[in-house]
Design a protein around this ligand. Structure first.
Ligand code: MIC
Ligand code: SF4
Length: 642
């Protein structure tokens, strides 16, 4: 039986466990990436491990999420990250150099390698034939220290592509189609592997957009073969030497196959609230638009920007539209300047934004009350834009540009224009925004501003929990619900006591005070709990507030791992038991240590209602050890001492 490409790379990297579906494996991590919003915690944790230098082949620290520097806090974070990079042998990508996933694929990604990143869209690297996975900062810190990354051996969904995309139908529509089929939870625990004759027709840039949004279906990662198009991209980045050809074996067996004919794909849109609210753009044509924002790690490549520029060339955006364009990296910015695209965008009346995450994570450009905002990003969770009750539609750059001109939704395939932007044969290479590691870092002092506080560590697991249900929520809760980002909260990413005040603030602003007053607590939720971002703060800050268990129907992968990493028990209840717990109930779980050890079900006693029921934990041996120690930091320290 032939192997899929994902299986081949995973198998080559296994250092613990066996390549058996569903069993726990540890894989060697070749490269890591962090970004500033998760990076400070990751590096504080790396420092706590007491190592002298990173042990990976390559580690990069990007600054792209919070660039506002409204006071000393953010500037201090940047200074801390820069000094840590110098101290521990890490590349530092300066603010302004671009969004981590865009820059990483341009300058560092290598086919066949593994990449672990403290950002959920790290799978973008799958566009280059990498196994690239998003994780919490602590997992990335461990990987930087040379430790394996643990995961369950995933099922591989083969996505067979045939045909060719029609003009003005962006590659993003492939993943929109998959979101329609799989929803935001259909990919949990799985890898999406693209194959078939249609792959050839997709440029490296197309593949990045698709792999990027595999995160939105909950997939562990996405991967494309490394072929002639991959080579062309790497050669054009002056990195042809790292190219190798990679594909699945003939006769590779996928656990499931989904077939998509690229030639019949129509431009799709994700309506407000969730990336899987997919509709055909045709159903929206004529609807008024207030804001159009183009950029983010999904759609901010040179090709995307030039397509937009050509669509805007010689025209003016509609007076009713506020438009902004954020090129994904300094390289993209420079190249659209050199080729005249930037001038076309400026003259159309659009604002030019920094090469950063910016509006995607609510750092500016919040839309007006009731106004429809079209964005080329990957997430439209409620309120993420900074405006409560927002109306964010996720679209392709083509829909965005056409609609900006008209002031209303337009189906770009109806436009009478031919635009063909070929991927460049030579990108402009200028790595001055990247500070490489130095050999002798003995004289480097780590700069720690006053807002940078130590990482709190939990006590070892106790044998009984008796706590109140502080909050009961429904299905598909995102980490943006649990701990929002945005201009007010992001400056606190290095300060857990301060950021803890914002836990669930937009869902119930009494959460933090009630949890603190109770001294301990439990959260109850539904299905796909914790989807979205990799931010470990969504586990760390609740832990700081005394949350010791989360009981839900099922979890999103990264958030579950983060809960365990910070010593919070992730428990699974049957949906039929959901009505056995209400907010405010007092629950008791006893015999925790013995139950964890035996792997049997825990008994939850609802003391308020006088009933009891069973919950599962579904924990691997390693996860049990981490929980017993009170979290991964304590566990890793104890391992290093042995
Ligand atoms: C996001 O898109 O939500 C983020 C911001 O990039 C996060 C990371 C974070 O919360 O810092 C992610 O996707 O992991
Ligand atoms: Fe940045 Fe948005 Fe991409 Fe997250 S999804 S890395 S916030 S651009």
């Amino acid at each position: 039986m032939g192997l899929t490409l994902a299986e081949k790379i995973i198998n080559e990297h296994i250092v613990e466990g066996e390549p058996v579906k569903g069993s726990e494996i540890g894989i060697k991590i070749d490269q890591t990436l962090t970004q500033d919003a998760t990076g400070t915690m990751a590096y504080l944790q790396f420092e706590a491990m007491g190592l002298e230098r990173v042990k990976t082949e390559l580690s990069v620290s990007y600054v792209d999420h919070n660039m506002l520097q409204t006071d000393f806090r953010n500037a201090d974070d940047h200074a801390y990250l820069k000094s840590v990079a110098a101290k521990y042998g890490i590349y530092f990508s300066k603010p302004g150099n671009g969004i981590c996933h865009q820059v990483h694929r341009e300058r560092f990604g290598i086919p066949g390698k593994t990449l672990l990143g403290s950002d959920s869209h790290t799978p973008t690297g799958g566009g280059l034939g990498m196994i690239s996975i998003g994780a919490g900062g602590l997992d990335v810190a461990v990987a930087m220290g040379g430790g394996p990354f643990f995961l369950k051996y995933p099922d591989i969904i083969g996505v067979k592509l045939t045909g060719e995309l029609q003009p003005f139908v962006n590659a993003k529509n492939v993943i929109f189609k998959l979101l329609e089929i799989l929803t935001v939870k259909g990919g949990v625990g799985k890898v999406l592997e693209y194959f078939g004759p249609g792959v050839k027709a997709l440029s490296a840039g197309d593949r990045f957009a698709i792999a990027n949004m595999g995160t939105e279906v909950g997939a562990t990662t996405s991967i494309f073969p490394s072929d002639e198009n991959t080579k062309r991209f790497l050669v054009a980045q002056d990195r042809g030497d790292v190219w190798i050809e990679l594909s699945a074996d003939d006769g590779a067996e996928y656990d499931e196959i989904i077939e998509i004919d690229l030639s019949v794909l129509e431009p799709l849109v994700a309506e407000p609230g969730s990336p899987d609210n997919i509709v055909d753009v045709k159903s929206l044509v004529g609807k008024k638009v207030a804001q159009v924002l183009i950029g983010t790690c999904t759609n901010s490549s040179y090709e995307d920007m030039m397509t937009v520029a050509k669509m805007l060339e010689g025209k003016k955006i509609h007076p009713g539209v506020d438009m902004g364009v954020a090129p994904g990296s300094k390289q993209v910015f420079q190249m659209i300047a050199e080729s005249g695209g930037l001038g076309m965008i400026i003259s159309s009346g659009s604002r030019i934004l920094e090469s950063a995450c910016g509006f995607c994570i609510g750092m500016g450009q919040a839309p007006p009350t009731g106004g429809i905002s079209l964005r080329t990003g990957n997430r439209n969770f409620p309120g993420r834009s900074g405006t409560q009750g927002d109306n964010i539609y996720l679209v392709s750059p083509e829909i965005a540009a056409a609609s900006a001109l008209a002031g209303e939704f337009v189906d770009p395939t109806t436009i009478d224009q031919v635009i063909e932007i070929e991927p460049p044969t030579q990108y402009t290479i200028d790595d001055s925004g990247i500070i490489p590691p130095i050999e002798d870092s003995s004289g480097v002092e780590i700069l720690r501003g006053p807002n940078i506080k130590e990482v709190p560590v939990k006590e070892p697991l106790t044998d009984a929990i008796k706590s109140e249900v502080i909050l009961k929520v429904g299905d598909n809760i995102t980490t943006d619900h649990i701990l929002p980002a945005g201009a007010k909260v992001l400056p606190l990413r290095s300060n857990i006591p301060a950021i803890a005040e914002f836990v669930y603030v937009n869902v119930d602003d009494t959460f933090a005070s009630r949890a603190k007053a109770a001294g301990s607590g439990i959260i109850v939720g539904g299905t796909n709990y914790g989807q979205g971002s990799s931010r470990e703060h969504a586990a760390l800050a609740p832990m700081y507030l005394g949350i010791n268990a989360v009981i839900v129907n099922d979890f999103a992968r990264i958030h579950r791992a983060n809960l365990i990493n910070f010593g919070i028990l992730p428990l699974l209840m049957d949906a039929s038991d959901n009505d056995k717990i209400e907010q405010g109930d007092d629950l008791e779980i006893s015999d925790i240590l013995a139950t964890l050890e035996s792997g049997s079900d825990f008994t939850v006693k609802n003391l308020t209602k006088g009933i009891e029921f069973k919950v599962k934990s579904d924990m691997t041996d390693l996860e049990k050890n981490i929980l017993r120690a009170g979290g991964k930091l304590a566990y890793t320290r104890s391992q290093n001492q042995n």
